[in-house]
Each structure stands twice: as structure tokens, then as C-alpha cells.
Design a protein around this ligand. Structure first.
Ligand code: AMP
Length: 286
């Protein structure tokens, strides 16, 4: 695996690969890798000739009161996992390289960036869309894989790529969960043993929502209320949002129909966790 931290060096390497007609697959991450990240890399590897991964904890997607400084980092362990998964090129830029003094340009996917997580994290998606655009411009991949775990992020990236005519195929990989259902996340490392147990309520509430929809419940309010009540039984859980929206556009829906995205965010003992499920009602309609 080649490890490159310089923008010009990556550009040069990528230009050579493109010249040799290699298909480039790219997975951007913030590191502290787990099986969720690795699953995306395996998808990218299958669909390309060269796997490029980036590790960059992107300061512009963290608000001043958020966990940029304490975000978990372990480059040594990440390097081992990347070798095992067969990463060809790792791009690890520094903060100053990506945001030199006098940096002023931002990418905003309007409307979509103000929903769900955007309500309590107003600068988050601006930071994500900007850094992903910058990484796309540097790596210029043919395909890039994102996780369904961050459903809103994945849809915003798809929208951005379409709107800005970025010539990259975006693939969404499924959520990888621990055996007990907790969605894998670098931030799970913050959880104490008790909080880790309480965190199961995220998946539990989503499963409850799905079973209510499967049983024919049509009232969005009752579905979300039942989910909320379940979460409220956990003393350390503080709900940010529980929402039911269109799984392709994030548009409001009044009752379960089409592709339904049930998404939630909460703090468990101060750690912000998100999770979601997609429920496809489209086949029921035929
Ligand atoms: P992050 O390092 O948290 O920025 O995540 C990098 C990529 O990994 C994003 O596309 C995430 O959606 C994806 N990802 C994170 N956790 C999971 C998971 N449990 N399953 C699938 N993809 C994930």
C-alpha cells in the first residue's frame, strides 16, 4: 500500500493510473476504521482496479462545541486493516493542506442539508459536501462508495454529484451492525459498558417502527410516538430526532409509502449516535 499525504503526489499517481486505463474506486473516511468502513472498501475493490482510501478528520464538519479534538484516531491500527483489505493507495492529508489560510469556498446542498441531522448540526453537511468535492477533485475516482449508515449524507452526496456534473458513480453500501444490532460507528468507542447496552435502543426503536409498518399502521404520528416511548425508557438516551421521510429525497411523507426512511439521532450519555432503516413499500403497491 502506498501512503501519500501530498496533493500533487496523489494527482500524479492518479493521472498515471488513468492513463493506464485503470478504474479507480474511492472510499473517503475519517479513520478509526471498523468493519462498516471495510465493507465499503470491499465493494469498491470489486468494482474497480485500484482502491484508494482517504483518512481525514474533517474539521469543517464539526461545530466548535463538537468532538473534533477528541474524535478517535488510531492510524497504526488503520494501516493494518487497510493492508488486510487490500487498499492500494491511502491518502492522508493534513488539515493545513486541505484548508490553508485564506480558504473561502463551500459546497452547500440546499434544502437537504437543513433536514434531519442538519437541524442540530447546521454546518455539518456543508463541511461534508465541501471535503468530499475536494477529495473527488484530487483523486478523480470513477466510483466512490458511501455507507447507508449515514443515509442523509449518502443522498446529499448523490444530489451534489448530479447537480455539479461530477463524473463519478456513487454506490451506497448497506449498514454493518454488531451481532446485537448496534450499527458500527467510530463513536461507539466513547460508550461505557452501560451506555453500550442502552445504545441498542436505536436499532430496537427502528425495528419497532418497521414491525408497526409491517402490521399495517398508517399513522406516522403513532409510529414515531411508539418509537419515542421505547427510547424514553432508557435513562441515558436524549432524542435529537425521530423521523419518517422519503428514502430517495428526504421529503416529508405523511404515511408510510414508497421507499420509507426511518431515521433517528440521539445522545447516549453525551455520545451522539445515528441509525436508520429503509422500508421498501413499492412492491406492495403492485
Ligand atoms: P466516517 O469515517 O464515519 O466518516 O465514515 C466513512 C464512511 O463509512 C461513510 O460513508 C459512512 O457512511 C460509512 N460507514 C460508517 N459506519 C458504517 C457502518 N456501520 N456500515 C456501513 N458503512 C458505514
Amino acid at each position: 500500500m502506498e501512503i501519500i499525504s501530498d496533493i500533487a503526489a496523489v494527482r500524479q499517481r492518479m493521472a498515471r493510473l488513468r492513463c493506464n486505463k485503470k478504474k479507480i474506486g474511492f472510499v473517503p473516511t475519517m479513520g478509526f476504521l471498523h468493519e462498516g468502513h471495510l465493507s465499503l472498501m470491499r465493494i469498491a475493490k470489486k468494482k474497480s482496479d485500484v482502491l484508494v482510501v482517504s483518512i481525514f478528520v474533517n474539521p469543517s464538519q464539526f461545530a466548535p462545541n463538537e468532538d473534533f479534538n477528541t474524535y478517535p484516531r488510531d492510524l497504526e491500527q488503520d494501516l493494518k486493516l487497510l493492508e488486510d483489505v487490500g487498499c492500494d493507495i491511502l491518502f492522508v492529508p493534513t488539515k493545513d493542506l486541505m484548508y490553508p489560510p485564506g480558504y473561502w469556498t463551500w459546497v452547500n446542498v440546499e434544502d437537504m442539508n437543513a433536514k434531519l441531522c442538519g437541524k442540530s448540526r447546521p454546518v455539518f453537511f456543508r463541511g461534508v459536501a465541501t471535503i468530499v468535492t475536494k477529495l473527488f477533485n484530487i483523486v478523480q475516482p470513477h466510483i466512490s462508495v458511501f455507507g447507508q449508515k449515514d443515509a442523509q449524507q449518502a443522498l446529499i452526496i448523490k444530489q451534489m454529484v448530479a447537480d455539479l456534473n461530477q463524473d463519478i458513480e456513487i454506490i451506497i453500501g448497506p449498514i454493518v451492525r454488531e451481532k446485537d444490532g448496534l450499527a458500527m460507528s467510530s463513536r461507539n468507542a466513547y460508550l461505557s459498558e452501560d451506555e453500550r447496552k442502552e445504545a441498542l435502543v436505536l436499532h430496537g426503536a427502528l425495528q419497532l417502527g418497521r414491525s408497526l409498518i409491517d402490521a399495517g399502521e398508517l399513522s406516522k404520528e403513532s409510529i414515531l410516538n411508539r418509537m419515542r416511548q421505547l427510547i424514553q425508557t432508557k435513562p441515558t438516551a436524549k432524542i435529537d430526532y425521530i423521523e419518517m421521510v422519503d428514502g430517495e429525497t428526504l421529503a416529508e411523507i405523511e404515511e408510510p409509502q414508497g421507499l420509507v426512511l426511518l431515521a433517528l439521532a440521539m445522545e447516549i450519555g453525551g455520545t451522539r449516535l445515528i441509525d436508520n432503516i429503509l422500508i421498501d413499500m413499492r412492491s406492495d403497491k403492485q
